[in-house]
Write a protein that binds this ligand. Structure first.
Ligand code: 26Q
Length: 833
């Protein structure tokens, strides 16, 4: 059954769309000619669409104000939105009409959708999750607002120079950005620096007065978020930092022209760039100010929006406010929002401390995305004191109450427990003799709910990360398994498969993803298998051409496309994949007739610019790829390509063409993963460890349809407890030894022996912290089983189909409903037509 997209009565026809586009070509862009100019046509089409969207946005706003339902405010320092044209068209149900309109003008819509920069205002999983959640919130008609930073430069652009990563600034707005609307009337002023004075009243009471040192101005840019086949258009509000001109005028007038300009430049640095070091926080002052600037603007804006309907926020309105506002903290990056709300309530709205605190506890919830100790944010007390002196006094008071009223009651006389749970880490040799604020502790103490992002991760948050907090508040810690939006990650990026699903599934699978389970009945059907695999083959042909374009390497679509795409991190173990590639290469050199299905290993990953070993892994992969790809002896049985500048729009090309999904993190390290869900949904079979959401994927698809290998979380713990010695694996496994020793030679870097030795070193002298060598054999065995399975086309087709069929659980709509029911307590609105 081919479903008709829901196009409401007011939806424009193709000829109306054509007129709108022509209007923008002529009057906005000043280019009425229909000369071949994809860039102009993309912009005109986007602007035309944006007109429609902004109208719906206004209608949504009015309806939401009328309904006055509770809203959720998603605070995230990162949003990886990718490109918006194709998704907005799909979500509006206007793809076909626009396609027709453009055809009439001599253009292919699919070509235009390739224009325009990605909105890459994030690093990886956490930022993309935020983007998927916004899509689901609008689709499900919830009153939701995303808050973020309008970075001038998003995640850096990556290229390779002789195999080494080169970073260039991302210039996403260089050719204009048709989707955002500036709202200067909603700007906010943000104080910082200065000092705090304790002022005593006649009655002996005292209050803290902050003498603010400096101000920044936050100017919001609104990006509309279009719900899929819903009438809701929500807003992602991104703050840009500018100087406060009201203050600058004084300087101008005093003749300090240069100083005034300098202040402007300084202010603009605050939203200048996205920090690229994900899960490797570095304690720079500018990042701290970014976080605070963002939190202060957002908190003020949330209150301003509340006041539109309810008048000035007063202490009497505490319950009302808490019944209208939920604030979700996407990791600890926006933690200062807690202190800022306390400050605004107590200092500016004159709430009693206890009431303000109770309100904060009702409003905030926190999502944890990592267990890696080095990724847990801590900011030095000295920095806090200098930049946010008033916030620090608030933090101290929260800490005192927490330690005295909660910790000492639960564990009387236990000073060790007070030290362990305190919001302040005392100075010792581990932290460079600095006192530090533990941001995660502040989140857990404040939030009414704290969630992990996959079941095993949430279990580990309870058991290993915050066991004492779990004991204190047994219902606070919970799980919400991540999800992905099937609109972007199937409907828009894989149109051939989407068509096949339309024909075989009743109802709208892009909303009700669990309806795909009906495909399971056809998993062994020869005709359906043939159709499904023909689509995979076509997608592989398209990717083959893209690989040629991006790397110059020729690959065959008959080979297995084996994909590892994610940020580069030791815990994600791209180097385990690489070590296995070396082993395969070596086996092939020893026996060119080795019966194995030809394989193309496809990598996509950016390394944080300061993460040396990650960059060495990229270099090693590129060098090994160069050698293998040009070695005639192995008869094209093995190819390795590292696609440059991995980002959302490249993921959309790779994922539909993947046969194998590499999800090979050390057990216990990957909180969830979401690429694993995207790949499986598009019919790739996972080879993975029992980590993060892989475990739940395995539960859904069944053990026969996934290749699980490696140590479990408990086995990794036992290995650590007994003293892990990677040298043993090196000595006892001839293949491991040979492959690692290979890295010391100049085989892959002629004339430059030792260039790849850092990798070997990290696995031996470096102690192999992520157990690469311990998992190698099991990984290699799993790959052998996978190779055998692929050699049986019917068996493989069945596995691939079942993966697509059984991903229903991982719809981000389900994640959002979990948050709504267990954390936010929202009502869905219906937008008046
Ligand atoms: C913090 C302070 C200073 C600079 C940078 C940072 C920083 C930035 C980004 C710290 C961490 C991140 C990103 C973390 C992240 O992406 N985590 C991933 O979140 C996904 C969504 O829940 C999970 O699926 C992944 O498992 C998890 O790694």
């Amino acid at each position: 059954m081919k479903k008709q997209n829901k196009v409401s009565a007011t939806s424009p026809s193709s000829s109306e769309l054509k007129k709108l586009i022509e209007h923008h070509l002529q009057f906005t862009l000043g280019d009425g000619s229909h000369v071949e100019n994809h860039q102009a046509m993309w912009k005109a089409t986007s602007l035309a669409l944006n007109d429609i969207i902004v109208k719906k946005l206004e209608a949504t706003k009015q309806q939401q104000q009328k309904d006055d339902h509770k809203s959720v405010n998603y605070l995230s320092l990162e949003y990886l939105m990718g490109r918006l044209l194709s998704n907005n068209l799909h979500n509006l149900g206007l793809y076909q009409n626009t396609e027709q309109a453009l055809k009439d003008m001599g253009y292919e819509l699919a070509d235009l959708c390739e224009q325009g920069a990605d909105l890459a205002l994030g690093n990886g999983g956490l930022g993309r999750l935020a983007a998927c959640f916004l899509d689901s919130l609008a689709t499900l008609d919830y009153n939701a607002m995303g808050y973020g930073i309008h970075y001038q430069h998003g995640l850096f652009e990556q290229s390779f120079d002789n195999g080494r990563q080169i970073e260039a600034p991302d210039m996403w707005r260089e050719f204009g950005s048709p989707w955002e609307v500036c709202r200067p009337q909603s700007s906010q002023l943000v104080p910082l620096y200065g000092h705090v004075e304790q002022v005593f009243q006649a009655d002996g009471s005292s209050e803290m007065v902050w003498h603010e040192g400096k101000h920044l101005k936050g100017v919001p840019w609104d990006v509309p978020i279009v719900g899929y086949h819903s009438d809701t258009v929500n807003v992602l509000r991104l703050w840009e930092c500018r100087a406060d001109h009201a203050l600058d005028w004084d300087l101008f007038n005093q003749g300090n022209y240069l100083q005034a300009l300098d202040q402007q430049v300084q202010a603009e640095t605050v939203s200048k760039l996205l920090y690229p070091n994900d899960e490797h926080p570095a304690g720079q002052e500018l990042r701290f100010i970014q976080q605070y600037f963002f939190c202060a603007c957002s908190i003020k804006d949330i209150i301003a929006r509340f006041e539109i309907n309810h008048g000035k926020l007063a202490e009497l309105d505490s319950e009302l406010f808490a019944s209208k506002v939920a604030i979700q903290l996407n990791d600890t990056h926006p933690t200062i929002a807690i202190l800022e709300l306390m400050r605004v309530l107590v200092d500016e709205h004159h709430f009693a401390w206890d009431n303000a605190w109770a309100l904060c506890q009702q409003v905030f919830a926190y999502t944890n995305h990592t267990l890696l100790p080095e990724a847990l944010e801590k900011w030095s007390v000295a920095l806090f004191e200098r930049v946010l002196p008033r916030h620090l006094t608030i933090l101290y008071r929260i800490n005192e109450a927490f330690l005295n009223d909660e910790v000492s009651k639960q564990w009387p006389g236990d000073d060790e427990m007070r030290r362990k749970l305190s919001l302040i880490e005392e100075a010792d040799e581990h932290n460079g003799y600095q006192r530090k604020v533990r941001m995660a502790h502040l989140c857990v103490v404040t939030a009414h709910k704290v969630n992990g992002v996959a079941q095993i991760h949430s279990d580990l948050v309870k058991k290993d990360l915050f066991p004492e907090f779990h004991q204190l508040w047994p219902t606070k810690l919970t799980n919400v398994t991540n999800g992905i939006t099937p609109r972007r990650w199937l409907k828009a990026c894989n149109p051939l498969l989407a068509d096949l699903l339309d024909k075989n599934i009743s109802g709208d699978w892009a909303k009700e993803l669990t309806s795909l389970s009906a495909l399971a009945a056809q998993a062994d059907d020869a005709k359906f298998q043939q159709e499904f695999m023909a689509i995979k083959r076509k997608n592989k042909e398209v990717l083959t051409a893209e690989i040629k374009k991006l790397t110059g390497v020729t690959v065959s679509p008959d080979a297995i496309f084996d994909v590892q795409i994610k940020r580069l991190h030791e815990y994600k173990r791209q180097h385990l994949n690489l070590l296995h590639i070396l082993a395969l290469y070596r086996r092939l050199l020893a026996n060119p007739e080795l019966p194995m299905q030809p394989r193309v290993f496809i990598f996509g990953a950016k390394a944080a610019p300061g993460y040396k070993l990650a960059k060495e892994i990229i270099y090693a992969t590129n060098k090994i790829a160069e050698k293998i790809n040009n070695d005639a002896r192995i008869q094209d049985k093995l190819k390795v390509v590292f696609l440059p500048n991995y980002r959302v729009s490249l993921a959309e090309k790779i994922i539909p063409a993947a046969d194998v999904s590499e999800q090979i993190s050390t057990a216990g390290k990957e909180a969830s993963g979401t690429g694993n869900m995207k790949l499986a949904l598009n019919g790739a079979v996972t080879i993975g460890t029992l980590d993060g959401a892989n475990i739940e994927i395995a539960e859904e698809v069944g053990d026969d349809n996934i290749f699980i290998f490696g140590l479990t979380v408990d086995e990794v713990k036992a290995l650590n407890a007994n003293g892990y010695d990677s040298h043993q694996y090196y000595q006892n496994n001839e293949e491991i030894k040979a492959c690692l020793d290979w890295l010391d030679s100049d085989y892959f870097t002629p004339g430059h022996a030792g260039e790849l030795s850092a990798l070997k070193e990290s696995l031996l002298a470096g102690g192999d912290p992520y157990k690469v060598l311990a998992d190698f054999q099991s990984y290699s065995d799993a790959h052998q089983a996978l190779d055998l399975a692929y050699q049986q086309p019917k068996k493989w087709a069945r596995m691939a189909i079942l993966n697509t069929a059984l991903m229903g659980k991982f719809n981000s709509d389900r994640s959002i409903e979990d948050y709504v029911n267990n954390i936010w307590q929202l009502n869905a609105g219906q937008i008046a037509k």
